[in-house]
Design a protein around this ligand. Structure first.
Ligand SMILES: NC(=O)c1ccc[n+]([C@@H]2O[C@H](COP(=O)([O-])OP(=O)(O)OC[C@H]3O[C@@H](n4cnc5c(N)ncnc54)[C@H](OP(=O)(O)O)[C@@H]3O)[C@@H](O)[C@H]2O)c1
Length: 264
């Protein structure tokens, strides 16, 4: 089997296409020939949504955009309904929308906790359930859930995020064993990826550039990841080449977790 991956005529639903990993992943699936249904909370006419639509359309696929808040069940139902009405099928779900919630375990309010659970955990389960009947009709039904290296080790003050990202690895296992063989479910756990969000993180230090260099040096590969690299991994994991990968989460962190933190 060659390494060529062709998703022509396949339909991929991706959440969080207005920036970062979701947008990069949409571009990589589009390069592989897929049609993409994307969502975020942004309005259709915003620049980032135009970037998403153009990338897909220029690659020869069809794009569909839905303004949707993934924490709202009603929005998720509309998103899936619109996708099916427009394309008539669904082959792959990449549930990526999420956001870091920086709170400590003692200080986190019930409200912030619940917001984090709704966004970073419950939304993935709800959307997967809504997509299930359509993915089962595909000859290549795949669910990819975006977790994080925080599922394996974390930092102080990142309490609710790390809890939900760890829980997603359990969700991946449950869906894989309950919904296989018609649907494969795989988790992706990116480490430090070069995104606007992480730029903001660097900028919270007195010398952003120095902090960026320090972070890069903590990685055995001496770089941080790109959204295109995460997208390419998604494309591979969703392809028939990854037929034997299910119920597990793939960590891509440039070797960061292999290095003891006190060896810097
Ligand atoms: N960047 C990293 O280093 C990294 C590492 C590991 C894991 N991750 C994970 O990768 C995923 C994407 O992260 P990112 O870094 O690409 O973040 P990002 O650039 O902030 O993008 C987040 C995306 O999610 C969307 N989103 C957020 N809340 C939403 C909601 N309630 N409803 C619908 N869409 C929503 C955002 O769109 P709107 O704000 O326009 O709604 C945006 O499109 C997250 O699950 C994150 O935890 C990121």
């Amino acid at each position: 089997m060659s390494l060529e991956i062709n998703f022509k005529d396949r339909v991929v639903l991706i959440t969080g296409v207005s920036s970062g990993i979701g947008l990069g992943t949409a571009k990589e699936f589009a390069r592989a020939g897929a049609h993409i249904s994307g969502c975020s909370r942004k309005k259709e006419d915003e620049e980032k949504i135009q970037e998403f639509r153009q990338a897909v359309d220029n690659a020869g696929g069809q794009s569909l955009y839905t303004q949707a808040d993934v924490t709202k069940d009603r929005d998720l139902k509309t998103l899936v309904k619109k996708t099916i009405q427009h394309f008539g099928r669904l082959d792959i779900l990449v549930s990526s929308a999420g956001m870091n919630v920086f709170e400590g375990a003692a200080g986190c309010t019930e409200e912030r906790w619940q917001y984090n659970i709704d966004l970073n955990l419950t939304s993935h389960w709800r959307l997967a359930k809504l997509c299930k009947p359509y993915l089962e009709q595909s000859s290549n039904g795949v669910i990819l859930l975006m977790t994080s290296n925080h599922a394996y080790s974390t930092i102080p003050g990142c309490f609710p995020y790390n809890v939900t990202k760890t829980a997603i690895t359990g969700l991946v296992r449950s869906l894989a064993i309950e919904w296989g063989p018609s649907i494969r479910t795989v988790g992706l756990a990116p480490g430090f990826i070069d995104t606007a969000g992480n730029d903001t993180w660097f900028e919270s230090f007195p010398d952003a550039l120095a902090e960026r260099e320090r972070t890069i040096n903590l990685h055995p590969v001496k770089c941080i990841g790109t959204v295109e690299e995460v997208g390419s991994l998604c494309v591979y994991l969703a392809s028939p080449l990854a037929r034997f990968i299910s119920g597990t989460t793939v960590l891509m962190d440039g070797g960061r977790s292999a290095l003891m933190q006190d060896t810097e």
